[in-house]
Write a protein of this length. Structure first.
Length: 313
C-alpha cells in the first residue's frame, strides 16, 4: 500500500480545515484603474456596430489538465452527457488588443520562456511545479516573442485573474507596464492560496502596483458591473466573480465585431455550450455559475458576439 499519496491528501485536508487562507498575492495595490463605470444598456447599445480595436488571440502554449478541474462533473448536464474525468487538451492564451489611440494591451500574459525552461528559477514553488504537469506543456510562442511582434511598446496588461497560468508571462513583461485586476482579486483570502501566494509574489516582483477596476452595480442588473476602459465604448471590463473573487471578462468591440473574452468563467468550449461552470479549479462555484449565466444571457441577446473561452479554441 502506498502511504505517501494518502499522507499528502490528509495533510491538504487538514490544512484546508485549519488554515484561514491567504490572499492570492501580497503585491501592492495602487490607485483605481483607468476607465469609468458603465452599464449593460450603454454597452449593448453599441454591440451592433463595429469598433476600432484590432484583436489577436495567440496560443502561447498547449497543455492539458484533468476534466474534473475544468468542468463541474457533478452538474446535471455533465452527468447526462456521461462525462468522466480524463486528461483534457487546453491552451494558454494571450490576447493582443491594438487600440488606434491608446496603444497595445494584453489580456493575460501567455507563458515566458523561463517559466517553460526552468519554472523554479522563474519563481514557481516546487509544489506548484510538481502539480503543473509540465511534461504536457508545449510552448508555442513565448510572451517575449509576442511582445516583439507588437507595433510599438506595451501600454498595459488586463488580467482576467491572478492564477499562475494567467500571469506566467510576467518575467517577460517590462517593469513599467501597468497591471489591471478585478476588485478583491489580490486581497480575497482562500485556503489554497497558502500554497500559491509565494509563486505569485515572485512572478509579480518588481512590477508596478496592481490597479483595480472600480466596478459599480449595473443599473439594469444584467451584469455584476462594467467599466468602459478607454471611455470610448471600445473595450468593457465585466465583473464575473466566482472562479476567483475578482475574475474579470472583457468585451472588445473589434473591427470585425464584438468579441467576449470569458477568462476562466468558462475554461472549456463544452462548459460554455452547456452552461456548466468549472469544477475543482474554481473558488466559488455558485457565484461562478451565476456569472457564467449572465454572460450566456448577454450572448443570447446578441448572437453576433464571438465568444473566446479561457482555455480552448
Amino acid at each position: 500500500m502506498q502511504t505517501k499519496p494518502f499522507f499528502m491528501l490528509a495533510l491538504c485536508l487538514a490544512l484546508a480545515i485549519l488554515l484561514p487562507g491567504c490572499s492570492s498575492t501580497s503585491h501592492r495595490l495602487g490607485s483605481k484603474a483607468i476607465g469609468i463605470p458603465s452599464s449593460s444598456a450603454t454597452m449593448e447599445s453599441l454591440l451592433m456596430q463595429p469598433g476600432p480595436v484590432e484583436l489577436e488571440s495567440i496560443n502561447s502554449a498547449d497543455w492539458s489538465g484533468p476534466l474534473s478541474g475544468l468542468v463541474n462533473l457533478s452538474s446535471p448536464a455533465a452527468i447526462e452527457a456521461g462525462l468522466r474525468n480524463r486528461e483534457e487538451p487546453i491552451q494558454v492564451y494571450a490576447h493582443v488588443l491594438k487600440h488606434p489611440r491608446r496603444g497595445n494591451f494584453l489580456v493575460d500574459t501567455g507563458i515566458a520562456q523561463i517559466v517553460n525552461d526552468d519554472p523554479q528559477k522563474a519563481g514557481l514553488s516546487w509544489l506548484l511545479v510538481k502539480s503543473m504537469r509540465k511534461e504536457s506543456l508545449v510552448l508555442r510562442k513565448s510572451t517575449a516573442a509576442i511582445l516583439k511582434d507588437l507595433p510599438g511598446k506595451l501600454s498595459g496588461v488586463f488580467l482576467t485573474h491572478l492564477h499562475f497560468d494567467h500571469i506566467s508571462g510576467m518575467p517577460d513583461i517590462p517593469d513599467d507596464v501597468p497591471l489591471y485586476v478585478g476588485r478583491s482579486e489580490s486581497t480575497d483570502k482562500y485556503w489554497l492560496q497558502v500554497f500559491t501566494q509565494g509563486s505569485a509574489n515572485r512572478l509579480l516582483h518588481g512590477k508596478p502596483q496592481l490597479q483595480e477596476w472600480d466596478f459599480q452595480p449595473d443599473p439594469q442588473g444584467r451584469l455584476e458591473g462594467l467599466i468602459d476602459v478607454f471611455e470610448d465604448g471600445s473595450v468593457f471590463a465585466i465583473s464575473v466573480p466566482g472562479h476567483t473573487a475578482g475574475s474579470t471578462a472583457y468585451l472588445v468591440r473589434t473591427t470585425k465585431g464584438p468579441v467576449l473574452l470569458t477568462g476562466d468563467t468558462s475554461h472549456t468550449r463544452w462548459g460554455w455550450d452547456h452552461s456548466v461552470e468549472p469544477g475543482a479549479f474554481t473558488h466559488y462555484q455558485g457565484r461562478n455559475r451565476q456569472s457564467l449565466l449572465q454572460l450566456k444571457n448577454l450572448v443570447s441577446r446578441y448572437p453576433n458576439i464571438t465568444v473566446l473561452v479561457g482555455h480552448q479554441p
